[in-house]
Design a protein around this ligand. Sequence first.
Ligand code: DU
Ligand code: SF4
Length: 220
Amino acid sequence: SDLETVQAEITACRRCPRLVEWREWVGREKRAAYRKWEYWARPVPGFGDPDAKILIFGLAPGAHGSNRTGRPFTGDASGDFLYPALYRAGLANQPLSRHRGDGLELRGVYITAAVRCAPPANKPLPEEIRNCSSWTDLELSLLRQVRVYLALGRIAHDALLEHHGLRKGAYPFAHGCEHDLGSRVLLSSYHVSRQNTNTGKLTAPMFDAVLERAKALAGL
Ligand code: DU
Ligand code: SF4
């Protein structure tokens, strides 16, 4: 399909020199617990249902999560929070997300991110977000059924506004905020990072409520 073609093109991108260097360095050094893994160490393309009504939009790959496994939110603490929540909501066929080929399928949901290569300290530069926005434009143009964006965190929220050519000041970020963008609704949540879920800033019941709202807005 066209979507699979774009996903393949994404994995070959080398537009951001700092991120190319970092993703490959992490893949060589590895974390002790993963020393037997061959890290993905490339851009991470989107994953999920091509007919998705809900688009989950993250920040960027985790160095030892999707930069290791090659699939969004797979193999780190963020994914250990996100995928069980998708399973509880009936949007995934299983709560576990370990590696590509583990049988995980999403229903009605597609997942991608503002930046597709792991950034140092999880902080992409503005120029890197701009570079990767052309992949966002392409991926989103092929996901015609999407009615609801679920942005994880402020950077994802702002990148989706940018994609629609809208001013940030007119559509402020807050946890649980909803903005009607015309053809699509932008619903935003705190990011599912360990920093938020360990401190109780984002709890499982809070995120379950956001997913239920996304389903209602999407007619799922
Ligand atoms: O081979 P395929 O059905 O096009 O699926 C490609 C890829 O997307 C596979 O890893 C499963 C995933 N996927 C999904 O998560 N949900 C769907 O509804 C369809 C495909
Ligand atoms: Fe390419 Fe995006 Fe990776 Fe930059 S972050 S190298 S634009 S895939």
